[in-house]
Design a protein around this ligand. Structure first.
Ligand code: AMP
Ligand code: FE
Ligand code: FE
Ligand code: ZN
Length: 306
């Protein structure tokens, strides 16, 4: 199989894997229709299988419904540290929580979080409820700006249970207010833009703690986009276990910086495409950013349940 040159293969030398070596690989940052991705979980698995990936982590925003839907038909009691195997592809249960640090985005990934009812799922439900209320406020704001966005259509596009700005952006494109989702963010609904409405976020510390207390493994997602590296020692002290060094938003310099910081703090290095669907302006194509499959065993070993 000829794979496209990837960030992992090409831009970050010294990581021990060239594109001609067919060692098993995993894409540990993927979104499904349960949040703002365009592919249903089953399709992600099929695509991953086609692309020769051994594993993916479905890390939707504030919901594990996508991962959970893959359990249908599976039997037996699931241990929290198990992956789900479908179509020969391992699926790691994960989450992405968008936190706020002084007006900047700081996203935290959680691997092997619990799918069963309990305090962690209660917290996710609260976060989704905040999202719903905020969407109403944004629709009102956009209406005042002369861009009515029908809520029914937003909900229809959202399909899943975790509604976000990308769904509003998609309706703005449909209605001709902008020509791309990226333009919607750049001109109207990105942070600080005229149609933006703040939503309550967890702090980074709260996100890390919630994931850790649930038995999951907290990883700072695409830290290069936050540009707040000085927060790292404190987050590590609070239980952060990894850094997502490989990410489409990271150039070579960012990637190398986070590989070094991970080594310095003895953190697990993770990576993934942040695939939202090929038509979305966010993320890379599935599998185009990946890490060695063994990363999953390392993550599992870092859980308090291990
Ligand atoms: P929300 O969770 O509703 O605040 O929306 C944030 C989500 O919007 C992020 O997780 C991304 O998936 C997406 N997003 C942020 N910026 C952009 C952008 N410039 N273009 C496309 N999607 C974006
Ligand atoms: Fe997203
Ligand atoms: Fe993110
Ligand atoms: Zn993401």
């Amino acid at each position: 199989m000829t794979r496209k040159k990837t960030l992992h293969d090409a831009d970050c030398p010294g990581t021990g894997q060239g594109s001609l070596i067919s060692a098993p690989i995993a894409d540990l940052h993927v979104h499904s229709t349960a949040s703002d991705g365009v592919s249903p979980p089953e399709d992600l698995v099929a695509l991953a299988s086609e692309r020769g990936l051994s594993a993916i982590a479905i890390a939707d925003h504030d919901t594990t419904r996508g991962v959970r839907s893959l359990l249908n038909g599976a039997s037996g009691i699931r241990n929290q540290l198990d992956s789900i195997t479908k179509n020969g592809v391992e699926v790691v249960p994960a989450i992405e929580i968008n936190s706020d640090w002084q007006g900047r985005e700081l996203h935290v990934l959680g691997y092997f979080v619990p799918l069963e009812d309990g305090p962690f799922q209660d917290l996710l439900k609260e976060l989704r409820d905040v999202r719903k209320r905020r969407i109403d406020d944004m629709i009102e704001r956009l209406c005042q700006l002369g861009m009515p966005v029908p809520k029914d259509r937003v909900l229809e596009l959202a399909k899943g249970e975790s509604i976000g700005r990308p769904h509003i952006a998609a309706v703005m494109v449909e209605n001709g207010y902008v020509s791309t989702i990226g333009e919607a963010f750049d001109r109207f609904i990105g942070r600080g833009k005229i149609g933006y409405v703040e939503r309550e976020h967890l702090s980074p510390e709260e996100s890390v703690r919630a994931i850790r207390e649930s038995g999951g493994v907290a990883v700072w997602a695409h830290p290069g986009t936050t540009r707040a590296d000085h927060l790292l020692p404190d987050l590590v002290a609070r239980g952060l276990k990894g850094l997502e060094a490989y990410h489409p938003e990271h150039g070579r310099e960012d990637c190398e910086r986070y590989l070094n910081l991970a080594a310095k703090h003895n953190l697990c290095v993770t990576g993934g495409s942040d695939y939202h669907g090929s038509s979305k302006s966010e993320g890379e194509d599935l599998g185009n950013v990946h890490v060695p499959y063994e990363t999953i065993a390392r993550l599992r070993s870092l859980s308090t349940l291990a």
